[in-house]
Structures are given as C-alpha cells and as structure tokens.
Design a protein around this ligand. Structure first.
Ligand code: 4AD
Ligand code: MG
Length: 479
C-alpha cells in the first residue's frame, strides 16, 4: 500500500479508502476494547487518531506502541466517532518500526520547558512547538526566494570564508589549518599566515554585502541569503554566533528606495505566513498566550496573529536619528533614569531598550531610523553633506528592536577611500571593492535582514535559540 502523509490524509474527502501511514506516536490511550493512538509525521501540526481493536493486536506489540516510537499503520479512513477530529483511521494492522523505551525517552507527553528542550535539540523537532517553528521557517525561506525571484532579483552565493571584515568590527572567527601550539613565525615573531592554507589570514564572513555589491554593479538587483558568523560575546536572547542573513543589494536605489523595499518585503513575508501557515500560527499564538498568562496585562505582547496583521496594515514610521534622540532624551524612562543606558548627548549608540521604547511605547508601530552619526556606523555608508551623519537606515520592530540594518553605499571613490583610512580599514586588501568605484560607479543601496530576528517576530518566540534548529552561542556548540 502507498504511504500517504498525514496532511493529505486530513484533507482527504474520500471516506473508506485504505491507506498506509508512517510516523511517530504522540500518545496512547486505552479503553475497554480499543486503543487510541495519536500519531504525527511532521507534515502538519495536527495528529491523526488511530483506533485499533484490541483483538487485532497482541499485548506484546501494543506495549511497544509508546510515545516516541515509530510505527507504520494500515487502515481505513473513517468518520470519527469522537469529538476532537473529523476523521480517523480504523487500523487493520500496526507494525512497530522503531521502539522507544518509555522509561528512557526524554520527551514525555507533558509540557517541557524550552530550556530543557534546548538540551534535547536532537529530539525537540518532535514537539508541537518545534514542528511548527520548523515548518514556518521553511515557509519563510521559500517566500524570501519567491519574493526576490518575482521582482527580478538574482540570488548570488557570496563566500563564507573571507579575508575581509565587511562590518569592520573585528568580531570574526579565524579559519586556519596552522598548528595553534607551534605556528610558523615570521622574522619579527608574528604568526606567518603566508604559510596557512590560503596564504593569508582568513575568517568566517560576518556579511555577504561587499561581494553582493560587486554583483549589483553588473546585474542591478541581487540578493544573497547565507550563514554569517559573529564572534561577539553577546549572551542575549537576540544574538547568535551563527545566524542567517538576507542581503539584497540594488544599483540605482537611494536610501528611500532601500526603505521602500525593506518595508514591502517585510509585509510580503508577514502576509505569506498568514496566508500559508494558518494551523501552525494558530498553535504558536495559543502557546504565546499561555506563556504570558502569568505576566501583568501591560507586559503582555499583542496576540500573535493580531500583531502580524497590525504590521501589515500600518505604514512604518520614518524618522532621523537626530529626531529619535530628541524623543528619547525627553522620554519618561530617560528622565526617571529607568533606561540602563541614559541618553545624554547626540552621538550615543541606540541600545535595544531605546529601540523598543520608540516602537512599543512612543510610536506603537515599526520605525525606520535614518541618518545615524558616522562614528557609530560602518565605513561603506554614504556620507551626508553635513559631514556628521551617514545614509544608514535601521528597521526596528516590536519585541525585537533592530530587525534590519542597511544603507545607501558610498559610491564616490575619494570619499570611500578617505573614510577607510580614517577608520583603519586595510585598503590594500580591499582593492577590489575600491575598484568598483573607479569603473562605472553608481548610486546603490542594500540592507541585511537577520533571518532569526524575523523568525522571532513571526513565531512570537522570545529566545533566538528556539527559532534556529541548532543554535551556536558563547560556550555552546552542541549537536
Ligand atoms: O546591522 P548588521 O550588522 O548589518 C550588516 O551586516 C550589513 N552588512 C547588512 C547590509 O547592509 N547588507 O546586521 C544586519 C541584521 C541586523 O539588523 C540583525 O537583524 C541581524 O542582522 N543580526 C543578528 N542576528 C542574530 N544574531 C546576531 N549576532 C546578529 N547580528 C546582526
Ligand atoms: Mg546593525
């Protein structure tokens, strides 16, 4: 008999058909003459109920049908006698594919904490929560590619191993085959990276932007979507050492075009998940409401689906950094010294508490901040005529803070070069980047969307370690 997935089975109108299903046991319940098994194969959040007549299965076999075991069931699709589901399977035979010792299987049919499940990342895919997150994550990846493809953007693969620090922040993981105990040395006693695999110092990339710019200056509109790595020691619920980033880069776009694209894309992705992941979202919404039951009313977030629709229906607020600083300086938490980092002067870097204040308390909408002080932003950003600010733009979301960072790029050779010198960016190593400004340079812009930050927003999860299958954080690289 041909195997059918549970999602297809639950949509099946044809009662009476004979089917085979394979999956994992969620729960087993015994009554006088029959056993009820809730079974799931990951194709949907919904389980299928299997009903088996106890005369059709011997006790020894039935004892092996435990939470976590894998089984194959042959049976007939019938209308359900119970109230929880429309249809169920009347089983003719059950085969145990893989047993799971009920005394040892870590995921009991009860609620486990997210912290506990992180230590069981090899099995947590089997929980309702992580099944839902994994399917939504896939849907978002697909939607991102679809969005760009439909708009005529080309996807390019940018290198993962690189010799340059795109953000100039020096937070990179070294890639080397040299013996750390006994590395070859130069005459002046430094490690001789000429003897290393690539003949130079190399690292894991922090961003694909610089290479994406090269492609945009030929193909006009491109994007890269790859893993990025940051060795910053940030043990927060919004930072990973390995995360995925979507980076579009567009020739002939200025910062306003860049913001328009960012807003349109985020709204497209929100609409996509609402249109395509209804069951998983309904589950995640219930989960969030439950989790927040014990919080005070004013600390609770908006109901998940309501929150997604809210973003869809409202224009993002656009303000300059200078305007943001004025608002923050005069804000209640600043005056009452409630912020951990008080805003004193123009030039201060915005912390997540400030970003969230602007979004959640002041405007109550997503906010895009532009024209940041050049001293707190990367070397490649377009310099404004005031000589103080650059054409940066950050998109801030509720609960998340910064979800997108981007800018118009400096396309004028002399200006870019002088900024690199000012900021100690090794211009010799970046000769190829500078050269694009010598030959047919044009106005261009781009941004980076942190994929896991997007996933936090879409799923309503509160820790970034729970929206990527295998998180990498300081002191943690298990699995
Ligand atoms: O603001 P960032 O550092 O910008 C760049 O890397 C630019 N090169 C992007 C570009 O213009 N092409 O990072 C972009 C986004 C942030 O807004 C945030 O969403 C996410 O990447 N991000 C992180 N996500 C998880 N963990 C971290 N440690 C992150 N650091 C940045
Ligand atoms: Mg940033």
């Amino acid at each position: 008999m041909k195997r059918i997935k549970i999602i297809e089975l639950l949509n099946q109108q044809n009662l009476g058909i004979e089917v085979n299903i394979k999956g994992w046991v969620k729960t087993k319940r015994l009554s006088k003459n029959v056993a009820f098994i809730a079974m799931n194969d990951g194709s949907t959040i919904n389980n299928i109920q299997i009903v088996i007549d106890l005369n059709k299965i011997n006790e020894k076999e039935l004892n092996k049908v435990n939470t976590g075991a894998s089984i194959s069931v042959n049976g007939t699709l019938i209308e359900s006698q119970g109230s929880g589901q429309k249809t169920e399977i009347n089983a003719n035979s059950i085969e145990i594919l893989g047993e799971a010792d009920p005394d040892k299987y870590p995921l009991q049919p009860k609620k486990h904490s997210l912290e506990f499940l992180r230590e069981k990342a090899h099995l947590r895919f089997r929980t309702n929560t992580f099944g839902a997150i994994t399917r939504v994550r896939h849907a978002m990846i697909f939607a991102i590619h679809k969005y760009f493809n439909d708009k005529g953007f080309y996807n390019i693969h940018t290198p993962i191993i690189t010799g340059s620090d795109a953000e100039g922040a020096g937070e990179m993981f070294r890639v080397s085959i040299l013996d750390p105990k006994n590395p070859p040395l130069t005459e002046d006693g430094k490690v001789d990276f000429k003897k290393d695999f690539f003949g130079k110092e190399t690292n894991l990339t922090v961003s694909g932007q610089l290479e994406a710019e090269l492609a945009a200056l030929a193909l006009s509109e491109v994007y890269t979507f790859g893993p990025t790595f940051r060795a910053e020691n940030s043990n927060t619920s919004r930072h990973l050492a390995e995360f995925w980033m979507i980076e579009p880069e567009m020739a002939f776009y200025d910062i306003n075009d860049d913001m328009d694209l960012a807003e349109e894309m985020l709204k497209y992705l929100v609409k996509y998940v609402l249109d395509n992941c209804a069951d998983d979202l309904a589950f995640l919404s219930k989960r969030l409401t439950n989790e927040e039951k014990n919080k005070k009313q004013e600390e609770r977030s908006m109901e998940l689906i309501e929150k997604l629709k809210f973003v869809l229906e409202n224009d993002f607020v656009r303000i300059t950094y200078t305007e943001a600083i004025d608002i923050l300086k005069n804000s209640k938490p600043n005056k009452k010294k409630k912020f951990q980092y008080l805003i004193k002067d123009w030039g201060a870097d915005l912390q997540s508490e400030h970003e969230r204040y602007l979004v959640e308390k002041h405007f109550k909408k997503p906010v895009i901040i532009t024209d940041y002080p050049k001293i707190i932003k990367a070397f490649y950003m377009k310099q404004n005529d005031d000589e103080k600010t650059v054409r940066a733009m950050d998109v801030l979301f509720p609960q998340i803070g910064e979800i997108i960072g981007g800018s118009q790029r400096e396309e004028i050779y002399d200006k870019l070069l002088s900024r690199m010198i000012e900021m100690d960016i090794p211009k010799e190593e970046m000769w190829w980047y500078l050269e694009t400004r010598k030959f047919g340079s044009v106005v261009h812009s781009g941004f980076g969307l942190g994929f896991e930050r997007l996933m936090l927003f879409i799923t309503g999860m509160s820790n970034i370690r729970d929206v990527i299958p295998f998180p990498r954080t300081p002191q943690y690289a298990e699995f």
